[in-house]
Ligand binder design. Structure first.
Ligand SMILES: [Zn+2]
Ligand SMILES: [Zn+2]
Length: 159
């Protein structure tokens, strides 16, 4: 989906809930659209916008992210490292996705599988429960860390 289309949707959602679509809020949302990394902490957002917008403080970023979370524009994510990350809610994007979290280097990779839609249907049918949202997190080791782990294990064995 085009960035401008997503921004228009976000703007509409903010106004629908009787909040103002301020320049600051737009700049913070734009940081998510422009960033290559989908999962940003408040500090990440602050660092991204600070050079061109030195008047927006970290406290404003925090407050805006909390507001966006309550309006369901963004999702607050916990990858288990004690730092909240935020990402644009899937409802505003085309696809739904889940996360693979590396315990070695902290890298987060996104993945999506269609079989989860089948699972949703099955749950609905068998449990009379309509799932509207879900998050799947797999913790493990990425290929680089897995290789390092193997090397380390071999070293220990060779001792
Ligand atoms: Zn890793
Ligand atoms: Zn994600």
């Amino acid at each position: 989906m085009k960035k401008s289309v997503i921004m228009t949707t976000l703007k509409k959602k903010i106004r629908e809930r009787n909040y103002k679509f301020t320049m600051q809020r737009q700049i913070i949302l734009q940081a998510f659209l422009d960033s290559k990394e989908n999962h940003l902490s408040a500090e990440d957002v602050f660092a991204l916008i600070h050079d061109s917008n030195p008047d927006i403080g970290l406290a404003t970023v925090y407050r805006s992210l909390e507001l966006f979370t309550s309006l369901e524009l963004v999702k607050k994510l916990d990858f288990g490292d004690g730092r909240n990350r935020y990402e644009l809610n899937d409802h505003n994007l085309a696809h739904s996705h889940h996360h693979l979290i590396c315990l070695g280097c902290g890298k987060v990779v996104e993945f999506s599988y269609n079989f989860l839609d089948d699972l949703k249907k099955k749950v609905k049918k068998e449990n009379a429960f309509n799932i509207v949202d879900y998050q799947l997190k797999f913790y493990g080791y990425c290929s680089v860390c897995e290789k390092n782990n193997l090397v380390q294990r071999k070293k220990i064995l060779a001792r």
